[in-house]
Design a protein around this ligand. Structure first.
Ligand code: SF4
Length: 360
């Protein structure tokens, strides 16, 4: 085949893939709330939330956040404690703080509009390459390809290329593939279509190739080698840590919370049930007889697991009482209603979600 014929063939193929993907996306896309309008503010908030959590989990947090902070001006003026309370449960709290910093820059330097220029977008705190490209392509239809884990998986399988998203060269290869496929006419829809395909059809394990619009073009599928792409990585070893948390109520049914030191790396300034880490040799049976800081444990209520990056955390939680009034300035008695409006650590939120049946 002559070189020109090859390139024509390739171009035809790229066109066909692009069209097949967009044709599939239009009727199949999920009606996610941030897709209802092309408001850059809303798209930016959703993209930041989606970096850490699956779309369906994000929805209630997104709606609550937009109710509380409906525009960039409200976010710029937000009180930190309200902001963190609203973000509570999503984790990665530096992202919430960066959102507010970026909102202030947008109000001060960009007339209240998310900038259209890639460089200016990248200068906003917390806005990385992926977020900037996603917002600009979806909100303003500027033709930038995006690359996240879902997109990388689809492309790696489609072209049977073992390109690793975590290496510079792998990222460059994947970005080139995304760039060559990108629809100049509908870049935002195209990017979302690739992400949607990765999230709903081309799953990491057991991709649903039988319903995939790209099956006819997919090299991994034609070789029955879907599990070879993208390359997998050896698992990072996890550290097991045990904690003990105590639920203490006063005579009016209020619950005792303690504030974490603001300078703490992990959730500094957040409120939590009184808790402490058990050392390796300490068993929970022994801990039952422990008292610490005037807190006496009474009844074992349950146990839960929580993962923070490479830490696998196990929390044993107890009903207890306080044998040392008054409380310190870093402690507070709060009602369940007040807790809803406070920045609470995820572990405490999980423990409290065990609900009134445990905490009678
Ligand atoms: S055919 Fe299968 S492996 Fe290929 S892109 Fe579609 S779902 Fe993924």
């Amino acid at each position: 085949m002559a070189p020109r014929a090859i390139s024509q063939h390739a171009e035809h193929q790229v066109n066909a893939i692009r069209q097949a993907l967009l044709r599939w996306y239009d009727p199949h896309r999920r009606g996610l709330p941030w897709r209802k309008a092309r408001d850059p503010y809303r798209i930016w908030i959703s993209e930041v939330m989606l970096q850490q959590t699956r779309a369906l989990t994000v929805i209630p947090y997104y709606e609550k956040f937009l109710n509380r902070f409906p525009d960039v001006q409200t976010l710029a003026a937000a009180d930190e404690s309200n902001l963190l309370a609203c973000w509570s449960g999503l984790g990665y709290y530096s992202r919430a703080r960066n959102l507010r910093k970026a909102a202030r820059m947008i109000v001060r330097d960009h007339g209240g509009c998310f900038p259209r220029d890639l460089q200016a977008a990248l200068e906003l705190p917390g806005v990385g390459d992926y977020t900037a490209r996603a917002v600009l392509s979806i909100a303003y239809a500027i033709p930038f390809p995006v690359l996240d884990g879902n997109v990388a998986r689809v492309l790696s399988r489609l072209y049977a290329r073992r390109a690793d998203l975590r290496s510079t060269s792998g990222k460059r290869k994947l970005l080139n593939m995304a760039e060559s496929l990108l629809s100049r006419r509908r870049p935002g829809d195209f990017n979302q279509a690739l992400m949607e395909l990765g999230a709903t059809v081309c799953a990491p394990r057991q991709p649903q190739c039988s319903v995939c619009p790209l099956r006819k073009y997919c090299k991994a599928y034609s070789r029955d080698q879907m599990d070879r792409y993208p390359p997998t990585h050896s698992k990072v070893s996890t550290k097991l840590r045990s904690f003990l948390a105590v639920h203490i109520r006063d005579g009016q049914g209020k619950c005792l919370l303690a504030r974490r030191p603001p300078e703490e790396n992990w959730m500094g300034g957040f409120w939590e049930l009184p808790m402490w880490e058990l050392d390796n040799k300490e068993t929970n049976t022994r801990a039952r007889h422990n008292r610490k800081d005037g807190i006496i444990l009474r009844e074992f209520l349950g146990r839960l697991r929580h993962r923070i990056t490479t830490n696998q955390i196990e929390v044993a939680f107890y009903q207890g009482y306080l044998a040392r009034p008054p409380i310190s300035p870093q402690e507070k008695w709060v009602s369940l209603d007040q807790i809803e409006r406070m920045p609470i650590t995820t572990i405490t939120r999980k423990v409290l979600s065990y609900g009134p049946k445990l905490f009678r």
